[in-house]
Design a protein around this ligand. Structure first.
Ligand code: NCD
Ligand code: ZN
Length: 351
Protein backbone atom coordinates (compact mmCIF):
# COMPACT_ATOMS: atom_id res chain seq x y z
CA UNK A 1 0.00 0.00 0.00
CA UNK A 2 1.27 3.41 -0.92
CA UNK A 3 0.85 6.60 1.14
CA UNK A 4 2.26 10.10 0.80
CA UNK A 5 5.43 10.61 2.86
CA UNK A 6 4.25 11.09 6.43
CA UNK A 7 5.33 14.19 8.36
CA UNK A 8 6.00 14.22 12.10
CA UNK A 9 5.59 17.79 13.35
CA UNK A 10 6.95 17.10 16.85
CA UNK A 11 10.34 15.42 17.38
CA UNK A 12 13.35 16.01 19.61
CA UNK A 13 16.66 15.30 17.87
CA UNK A 14 18.85 16.41 20.82
CA UNK A 15 21.67 18.16 18.98
CA UNK A 16 23.37 20.23 20.18
CA UNK A 17 23.97 19.14 23.76
CA UNK A 18 22.27 15.74 24.01
CA UNK A 19 23.84 13.60 21.30
CA UNK A 20 24.18 10.68 23.70
CA UNK A 21 20.34 10.46 23.66
CA UNK A 22 19.91 10.92 19.91
CA UNK A 23 21.61 12.81 17.10
CA UNK A 24 20.43 14.05 13.74
CA UNK A 25 21.76 10.94 12.01
CA UNK A 26 20.14 8.35 14.29
CA UNK A 27 16.94 10.38 14.78
CA UNK A 28 16.33 10.87 11.06
CA UNK A 29 17.18 7.20 10.44
CA UNK A 30 14.46 6.34 12.97
CA UNK A 31 12.09 8.67 11.11
CA UNK A 32 12.69 6.87 7.80
CA UNK A 33 12.30 3.44 9.41
CA UNK A 34 9.01 4.68 10.85
CA UNK A 35 7.62 5.91 7.51
CA UNK A 36 8.23 9.63 8.00
CA UNK A 37 9.83 11.55 5.15
CA UNK A 38 10.01 14.83 7.10
CA UNK A 39 10.25 15.84 10.75
CA UNK A 40 9.95 19.16 12.56
CA UNK A 41 12.55 19.42 15.33
CA UNK A 42 11.88 21.03 18.70
CA UNK A 43 14.12 23.77 20.18
CA UNK A 44 14.74 22.45 23.73
CA UNK A 45 18.34 21.55 22.92
CA UNK A 46 21.35 22.58 24.99
CA UNK A 47 21.87 25.44 24.37
CA UNK A 48 18.24 25.92 23.39
CA UNK A 49 17.36 27.24 19.95
CA UNK A 50 16.35 30.70 21.13
CA UNK A 51 18.74 32.92 19.18
CA UNK A 52 20.20 33.27 15.74
CA UNK A 53 23.60 31.78 16.59
CA UNK A 54 22.06 28.49 17.76
CA UNK A 55 19.73 28.51 14.77
CA UNK A 56 22.80 28.68 12.50
CA UNK A 57 24.43 25.82 14.40
CA UNK A 58 21.37 23.56 14.16
CA UNK A 59 20.79 24.39 10.49
CA UNK A 60 24.40 23.40 9.81
CA UNK A 61 24.04 20.12 11.75
CA UNK A 62 20.82 19.31 9.90
CA UNK A 63 22.34 20.08 6.51
CA UNK A 64 25.26 17.77 7.24
CA UNK A 65 23.49 14.91 9.02
CA UNK A 66 19.76 14.71 8.20
CA UNK A 67 18.77 11.61 6.26
CA UNK A 68 15.15 12.74 5.89
CA UNK A 69 13.62 16.17 5.24
CA UNK A 70 13.21 18.52 8.17
CA UNK A 71 12.21 21.89 9.57
CA UNK A 72 13.09 23.60 12.86
CA UNK A 73 11.13 25.34 15.58
CA UNK A 74 12.41 28.53 17.21
CA UNK A 75 11.99 28.58 21.00
CA UNK A 76 10.08 31.47 22.58
CA UNK A 77 12.05 32.94 25.49
CA UNK A 78 11.41 35.84 27.82
CA UNK A 79 13.84 38.24 26.15
CA UNK A 80 13.94 37.10 22.53
CA UNK A 81 10.78 38.40 20.88
CA UNK A 82 12.63 40.50 18.30
CA UNK A 83 15.25 37.79 17.66
CA UNK A 84 12.45 35.32 17.05
CA UNK A 85 10.75 37.61 14.57
CA UNK A 86 14.02 38.15 12.68
CA UNK A 87 14.52 34.38 12.36
CA UNK A 88 10.90 33.53 11.54
CA UNK A 89 11.45 33.03 7.81
CA UNK A 90 13.97 30.25 8.39
CA UNK A 91 11.87 28.12 10.76
CA UNK A 92 8.65 26.13 10.59
CA UNK A 93 7.14 27.82 13.64
CA UNK A 94 7.57 29.23 17.12
CA UNK A 95 7.39 26.83 20.10
CA UNK A 96 6.12 28.12 23.43
CA UNK A 97 6.45 26.01 26.58
CA UNK A 98 3.85 27.07 29.13
CA UNK A 99 4.12 24.03 31.40
CA UNK A 100 7.06 22.30 33.05
CA UNK A 101 8.88 19.76 30.93
CA UNK A 102 12.40 18.73 29.86
CA UNK A 103 14.64 21.79 29.33
CA UNK A 104 14.69 25.42 30.47
CA UNK A 105 12.14 26.99 28.15
CA UNK A 106 9.04 27.33 30.31
CA UNK A 107 7.49 30.81 30.02
CA UNK A 108 5.67 31.80 33.19
CA UNK A 109 4.99 35.44 32.42
CA UNK A 110 1.72 35.77 30.52
CA UNK A 111 2.67 39.21 29.21
CA UNK A 112 5.58 37.54 27.41
CA UNK A 113 3.10 35.21 25.69
CA UNK A 114 1.28 38.36 24.56
CA UNK A 115 4.45 39.95 23.17
CA UNK A 116 5.21 36.87 21.10
CA UNK A 117 1.59 36.67 19.90
CA UNK A 118 1.70 40.32 18.96
CA UNK A 119 4.92 40.27 16.94
CA UNK A 120 5.40 36.79 15.49
CA UNK A 121 4.37 36.86 11.79
CA UNK A 122 0.72 35.88 11.39
CA UNK A 123 1.33 33.37 8.60
CA UNK A 124 3.74 31.28 10.72
CA UNK A 125 2.34 28.80 13.26
CA UNK A 126 2.83 29.08 17.01
CA UNK A 127 2.91 25.64 18.67
CA UNK A 128 2.24 25.61 22.40
CA UNK A 129 2.72 23.11 25.19
CA UNK A 130 -0.23 24.07 27.38
CA UNK A 131 -2.03 21.60 29.64
CA UNK A 132 -5.26 21.98 31.59
CA UNK A 133 -5.56 25.53 33.01
CA UNK A 134 -2.59 26.73 30.94
CA UNK A 135 -4.60 25.68 27.89
CA UNK A 136 -7.55 27.79 29.01
CA UNK A 137 -5.21 30.73 29.62
CA UNK A 138 -3.44 30.48 26.28
CA UNK A 139 -6.67 30.09 24.32
CA UNK A 140 -7.88 33.28 25.91
CA UNK A 141 -4.63 35.18 25.28
CA UNK A 142 -4.46 33.96 21.68
CA UNK A 143 -8.02 35.11 21.07
CA UNK A 144 -7.20 38.56 22.49
CA UNK A 145 -4.37 38.84 19.97
CA UNK A 146 -6.27 37.20 17.09
CA UNK A 147 -3.49 34.63 16.88
CA UNK A 148 -3.89 31.12 15.38
CA UNK A 149 -2.27 28.53 17.67
CA UNK A 150 -1.46 24.85 17.45
CA UNK A 151 -1.78 22.87 20.69
CA UNK A 152 0.89 20.18 21.15
CA UNK A 153 0.26 16.71 22.58
CA UNK A 154 -3.31 17.02 23.89
CA UNK A 155 -3.84 14.27 26.44
CA UNK A 156 -6.87 14.92 28.65
CA UNK A 157 -10.63 14.89 28.30
CA UNK A 158 -10.99 18.47 29.57
CA UNK A 159 -8.43 19.63 26.99
CA UNK A 160 -9.93 18.02 23.91
CA UNK A 161 -13.41 19.21 24.96
CA UNK A 162 -12.07 22.75 25.51
CA UNK A 163 -10.53 22.73 22.04
CA UNK A 164 -13.80 21.49 20.56
CA UNK A 165 -15.62 24.37 22.26
CA UNK A 166 -13.01 26.91 21.12
CA UNK A 167 -13.41 25.74 17.54
CA UNK A 168 -17.20 25.94 17.77
CA UNK A 169 -16.71 29.58 18.82
CA UNK A 170 -14.63 30.11 15.69
CA UNK A 171 -11.19 30.39 17.31
CA UNK A 172 -8.33 29.42 14.97
CA UNK A 173 -6.94 26.54 17.02
CA UNK A 174 -5.50 23.27 15.76
CA UNK A 175 -4.14 20.38 17.79
CA UNK A 176 -2.08 17.22 17.79
CA UNK A 177 -2.31 13.99 19.79
CA UNK A 178 0.50 11.45 20.37
CA UNK A 179 0.35 7.67 19.97
CA UNK A 180 1.31 7.11 23.61
CA UNK A 181 -1.77 8.98 24.80
CA UNK A 182 -3.96 7.07 22.35
CA UNK A 183 -2.54 3.63 23.17
CA UNK A 184 -1.23 3.83 26.78
CA UNK A 185 -2.81 4.93 30.08
CA UNK A 186 -2.14 4.89 33.84
CA UNK A 187 -2.71 1.15 33.61
CA UNK A 188 0.61 0.76 31.76
CA UNK A 189 2.70 2.51 34.40
CA UNK A 190 3.41 -0.54 36.54
CA UNK A 191 4.65 -2.47 33.54
CA UNK A 192 6.87 0.42 32.42
CA UNK A 193 8.22 1.22 35.87
CA UNK A 194 8.57 4.65 37.46
CA UNK A 195 11.30 6.24 35.26
CA UNK A 196 10.20 4.76 31.96
CA UNK A 197 6.58 5.87 32.43
CA UNK A 198 7.63 9.53 32.87
CA UNK A 199 6.41 11.68 29.99
CA UNK A 200 4.93 15.15 29.64
CA UNK A 201 2.00 15.41 29.40
CA UNK A 202 1.77 12.41 31.75
CA UNK A 203 0.03 9.20 30.77
CA UNK A 204 -3.61 9.79 31.60
CA UNK A 205 -6.69 7.91 32.77
CA UNK A 206 -8.84 5.62 30.66
CA UNK A 207 -11.55 8.31 30.51
CA UNK A 208 -9.03 10.72 29.01
CA UNK A 209 -7.92 8.23 26.39
CA UNK A 210 -11.56 7.43 25.56
CA UNK A 211 -12.26 11.15 25.10
CA UNK A 212 -9.42 11.47 22.58
CA UNK A 213 -10.86 8.60 20.51
CA UNK A 214 -14.42 9.94 20.88
CA UNK A 215 -13.33 13.37 19.61
CA UNK A 216 -11.15 12.21 16.74
CA UNK A 217 -12.82 14.79 14.49
CA UNK A 218 -11.20 17.56 16.58
CA UNK A 219 -7.69 16.09 16.20
CA UNK A 220 -5.86 17.69 13.27
CA UNK A 221 -2.54 15.93 13.56
CA UNK A 222 -0.96 12.78 14.96
CA UNK A 223 2.57 13.62 16.14
CA UNK A 224 4.96 11.34 18.00
CA UNK A 225 6.67 13.82 20.39
CA UNK A 226 9.68 11.52 19.84
CA UNK A 227 11.58 12.42 23.02
CA UNK A 228 14.54 10.04 23.35
CA UNK A 229 16.51 9.66 26.60
CA UNK A 230 18.93 6.84 27.35
CA UNK A 231 17.80 3.77 29.29
CA UNK A 232 20.30 4.64 32.03
CA UNK A 233 18.78 8.13 32.39
CA UNK A 234 15.24 6.76 32.46
CA UNK A 235 16.21 4.22 35.14
CA UNK A 236 18.32 6.70 37.13
CA UNK A 237 17.49 8.81 40.19
CA UNK A 238 16.01 11.81 38.35
CA UNK A 239 14.43 10.33 35.22
CA UNK A 240 13.77 12.86 32.43
CA UNK A 241 10.30 12.72 30.85
CA UNK A 242 9.86 11.52 27.30
CA UNK A 243 9.21 8.50 25.06
CA UNK A 244 10.80 7.69 21.71
CA UNK A 245 8.03 7.25 19.13
CA UNK A 246 9.15 7.61 15.52
CA UNK A 247 9.46 3.90 14.74
CA UNK A 248 6.30 2.66 16.42
CA UNK A 249 3.64 5.23 15.46
CA UNK A 250 2.69 4.07 11.97
CA UNK A 251 2.53 0.35 12.86
CA UNK A 252 0.34 1.20 15.89
CA UNK A 253 -1.98 3.31 13.73
CA UNK A 254 -2.26 0.65 11.03
CA UNK A 255 -3.08 -1.88 13.76
CA UNK A 256 -5.85 0.49 14.90
CA UNK A 257 -7.16 0.53 11.31
CA UNK A 258 -7.37 -3.29 11.39
CA UNK A 259 -9.28 -2.98 14.67
CA UNK A 260 -11.79 -0.63 13.04
CA UNK A 261 -10.81 2.33 15.24
CA UNK A 262 -9.35 4.43 12.39
CA UNK A 263 -9.43 4.49 8.61
CA UNK A 264 -6.51 4.89 6.22
CA UNK A 265 -7.98 8.26 5.25
CA UNK A 266 -7.81 9.28 8.93
CA UNK A 267 -4.10 8.50 8.86
CA UNK A 268 -3.29 10.36 5.66
CA UNK A 269 -5.25 13.39 6.85
CA UNK A 270 -3.45 13.59 10.22
CA UNK A 271 0.05 12.49 9.17
CA UNK A 272 0.28 14.31 5.84
CA UNK A 273 -2.56 16.62 4.76
CA UNK A 274 -2.98 18.65 7.98
CA UNK A 275 0.74 18.87 8.81
CA UNK A 276 1.34 20.27 5.30
CA UNK A 277 -1.54 22.74 5.60
CA UNK A 278 -0.89 23.95 9.15
CA UNK A 279 2.86 24.40 8.71
CA UNK A 280 2.79 25.42 5.03
CA UNK A 281 5.62 23.04 4.16
CA UNK A 282 7.35 22.49 0.84
CA UNK A 283 6.11 19.36 -0.89
CA UNK A 284 8.38 17.34 -3.10
CA UNK A 285 7.55 15.18 -6.12
CA UNK A 286 8.02 11.40 -5.98
CA UNK A 287 7.93 11.31 -2.18
CA UNK A 288 5.93 8.42 -0.73
CA UNK A 289 6.05 5.38 1.51
CA UNK A 290 5.07 1.76 0.94
CA UNK A 291 3.59 -0.28 3.72
CA UNK A 292 2.74 -3.95 4.05
CA UNK A 293 -0.50 -3.58 6.02
CA UNK A 294 -0.77 -7.31 6.84
CA UNK A 295 2.72 -8.08 8.14
CA UNK A 296 2.49 -9.07 11.81
CA UNK A 297 5.40 -8.44 14.16
CA UNK A 298 6.33 -7.74 17.73
CA UNK A 299 7.78 -4.35 18.70
CA UNK A 300 11.27 -4.94 20.07
CA UNK A 301 13.75 -2.34 21.22
CA UNK A 302 16.72 -4.20 19.72
CA UNK A 303 15.35 -3.46 16.24
CA UNK A 304 15.23 0.33 16.61
CA UNK A 305 17.43 2.91 14.90
CA UNK A 306 16.86 5.48 17.66
CA UNK A 307 19.92 5.81 19.89
CA UNK A 308 17.68 5.76 22.95
CA UNK A 309 17.26 2.01 22.28
CA UNK A 310 14.06 1.48 24.25
CA UNK A 311 10.33 1.84 23.63
CA UNK A 312 7.29 2.02 25.90
CA UNK A 313 5.56 -0.29 23.39
CA UNK A 314 8.05 -3.15 23.93
CA UNK A 315 6.47 -6.54 23.32
CA UNK A 316 3.30 -5.22 21.66
CA UNK A 317 2.02 -7.17 18.69
CA UNK A 318 1.25 -4.96 15.70
CA UNK A 319 0.10 -5.52 12.15
CA UNK A 320 1.58 -3.24 9.50
CA UNK A 321 5.18 -2.67 8.50
CA UNK A 322 6.93 0.13 6.63
CA UNK A 323 8.65 -1.52 3.65
CA UNK A 324 9.99 1.30 1.53
CA UNK A 325 10.43 5.06 1.73
CA UNK A 326 11.08 7.17 -1.38
CA UNK A 327 12.02 10.83 -1.14
CA UNK A 328 12.34 12.97 -4.26
CA UNK A 329 12.63 9.85 -6.39
CA UNK A 330 15.43 8.26 -4.33
CA UNK A 331 15.03 5.13 -2.19
CA UNK A 332 15.69 6.31 1.37
CA UNK A 333 14.68 3.13 3.24
CA UNK A 334 14.00 -0.41 2.14
CA UNK A 335 13.22 -3.60 4.09
CA UNK A 336 14.95 -2.64 7.30
CA UNK A 337 17.85 -0.74 5.74
CA UNK A 338 18.31 3.03 5.76
CA UNK A 339 19.67 3.95 2.33
CA UNK A 340 19.63 7.77 2.37
CA UNK A 341 23.04 9.08 3.46
CA UNK A 342 23.55 11.80 6.07
CA UNK A 343 23.02 15.17 4.38
CA UNK A 344 20.35 13.84 2.00
CA UNK A 345 17.53 15.60 3.87
CA UNK A 346 16.32 19.03 2.77
CA UNK A 347 14.72 21.84 4.70
CA UNK A 348 10.96 21.82 4.03
CA UNK A 349 10.44 25.37 5.32
CA UNK A 350 9.49 27.65 2.44
CA UNK A 351 12.01 30.49 2.44
C1 NCD B 1 10.17 16.21 25.96
C2 NCD B 1 11.68 16.09 25.90
O1 NCD B 1 12.23 15.15 26.46
O2 NCD B 1 12.33 16.93 25.25
N1 NCD B 1 9.68 15.34 26.97
C3 NCD B 1 8.41 14.88 27.07
O3 NCD B 1 8.10 14.21 28.05
N2 NCD B 1 7.54 15.11 26.12
C4 NCD B 1 9.78 17.63 26.23
C5 NCD B 1 8.52 18.08 25.59
O4 NCD B 1 8.02 17.54 24.63
O5 NCD B 1 7.98 19.08 26.07
ZN1 ZN C 1 8.00 17.43 22.78
Amino acid sequence: MRFPGFIDVHVHLREPGGAHKEDWDTGTSAALAGGFTAVLAMPNTNPPLTDDSVLQIVLAIAERKARCDYGLFFGAGSGNVDQAVRSADRVAGLKMYLDQTFGPLRLDEMLTWGEHFDKWPKHKPVAVHAESRSLAAVLFMASLYGRPIHICHVSRREEILMIRKAREKGLPVTCEVCPHHLFLTHADMDRLGPGRSEVRPRLAAQKDQDALWDNLDVIDVFATDHAPHSGAEKDGPDPPPGFPGLETAVPLFITAVHQGRLTYDDLVYRLFTRPMQIFGLESFQDTFIEVDPYSKWEIRSDQLFSKSAWTPFEGMNVQGRVRRVVIRGAEAFKDGNVLAPPGFGRNVVKF
